[in-house]
Design a protein around this ligand. Sequence first.
Ligand code: IVH
Length: 683
Amino acid sequence: MEELQKELAQLYAQVRQYDYEYHVLDNPSVSDAVYDSIVRRILAIEKAHPDWVADDSPSRRVGAAPLSSFATVRHQVSMLSLNNGFQEEDILAFDKRVSDGLRKQDVITSADEIEYEAELKFDGLAVNLRYEHGLLVQASTRGDGVVGEDITQNIKTIKNVPLRLHGEAWPAVLEVRGEVLIYKKDFLALNQRQEQQGQKVFVNARNAAAGSLRQLDSNITKQRPLKFHCYGWGQIEVWPHDMPSTQEGMLEQFVAWGLFVAKQRTVTQGAKGLLAFYHEIEQARRDLPFDIDGVVYKVNRLDWQQLLGYVARAPRFALAHKFPAEEAQTKLLDIEIQVGRTGALTPVARLQPVFVGGVTISNATLHNEDEIRRKDVRIGDTVIVRRAGDVIPEVVEPILVMRPDDAKEFTMVEHCPVCDSAIERLPGEAVWRCTGGLFCSAQRVQSLIHAASRKALDIEGLGEKVATALVQNEMVHSVADLYDLRLEQITSLERMGPQSAQNLLDAIERSKQSDLAHLIFALGIRHVGETSARDLALAFGNLEHLMQASTEQLQALNDVGPVMAESIRHFFAEAHNRKVIDKLRAAGLDPQQTSPKQQTVAAIADKTFVLTGTLAHWSRDVAAQYIQEAGGKVTGSVSKNTDYVVAGEKAGSKLDKAEQLGIEVIDEATLRQMLGMPQEAED
Ligand code: IVH
């Protein structure tokens, strides 16, 4: 009997160690299967001996009986809020307030820069976790900062919250504070599940986290993918050894105790360091796995935090530097139809100008007719608009309770609003298109803007206004006409001074140096994006070869499917497009692809490769690019002309075919060897 009890204790310790490795170190040492089998063994022993169940047993994470209401919890140390800053001046002012404050206390001189700890501002719900002698005994919401709700059962279901602290020598009472959130990927999956089950779909991850945390039935909470991110503390009684002297030191101690602290944080000096961190995070934001609404700066030294103290309900030693709000509400004045480069008719919302995502917007996309119906957006509505990062602002939804009686439903146009040509909507497509092609001046203007854009020919100064003027004055019909433009023609345009005109001419002249990939992209062939243009350039080497490529040759390229191949063929089959290309070439735009990396490798040159399965280190596209750069060919199907089949994981029928035809099958490592590249370390 004692043996079994000992085993149980050992299993608990093992699970704690694995939890720590998994949730804190992000470096598990065992597979999920091993972990699960240990938990199963624990459950089996506990079932036979219910009186042995420990407070930190993983079985305690299983939801408890539903509550009828939450008990209230009075916080031992109030949960305060943060002062906000939005602009650079606010951050400079904060740093100055801190310096002035500390100077008055005689702890620094005016020359000293303040050291800060800077971290993320998580967009979730603040909670307080109370550990006594290392055991999680209570968890509560922030509430009004003084009194919150007891959500212990719910918090216990969160896997990255340790039920018992890792390590040792914890204070008898340790309150840990942080934010509960749902990761972006988990949020999407959750909403999908909710929808499938006919349940409520959440507006955003924060609302989903809030709804999950405030469930009276913790069995529901348990099914929600909640995560805890630690950023601070409340009551601490008594620190058993030397307490860290800095904010960062405290966070590191928390990590050692098994609490999750996001690694995107830094220790930096002065306002300049803070702003650098802000800009770095602003860039990284989109790729973070969770939502944040800004960053938080805290004076790093804890004794200085104490000296600075609090004002009203916020610390003087900290500041939240928030990103501009990404959603705002405004009035939808009208819906107009914009004609795009490929003739797509896009309904565009004309809005009462509103400041959102850091800029003032007065237009937003409504995507297409079906979207307008689905969202039930009407002219005259007050709507929520959203602008996140670089994406085009969009109308999210109308606020129905604010709908005026005379709100007007949208009706789609029957002809192109610019050239009056017929419009069509192909089966399976959501968009209507103008059939006018280059007869439609809107399409000409948009094609020109596209051709001049940075990722294409990069002609500075040729934006919407100039492009419109050039098309409207019949100076330019296609991109090729740009190269005939004379200075006096350009200066004759409205608001075009001699200097800007000369600059534009110079930019046009410079664009003759464009490489093939940029030129192909500039042509605006439907479905050919920047990446495909690069692949095509690499594969065909010049315009002539591309124009002559058969559908089969095109499709042999990785990632060129039937639709893109057909679109390319169709483009070059049109007489007017061929004319444009002839004219471009005559003007001196006929680049030959010579990538700087290009270097023929004897083992590869003139050999034909087929790639199949999942490669360990490269995508098939990248592998194909290397082969092509080394002078080899890559095709899509195995035939007797194939020299090598490069097979990765889960290679399918192509591998079978290669074996049938007796074609040499190689792995990625061999390919790297042939390319003369260093071998990857085994992982
Ligand atoms: S520190 C005394 N750090 O923002 C300062 N708060 O407006 C206590 N929040 O209620 C807060 N990320 O829920 C701090 N890294 C972070 C945070 C953070 C999000 C939330 C927190 C608090 C609110 C303050």
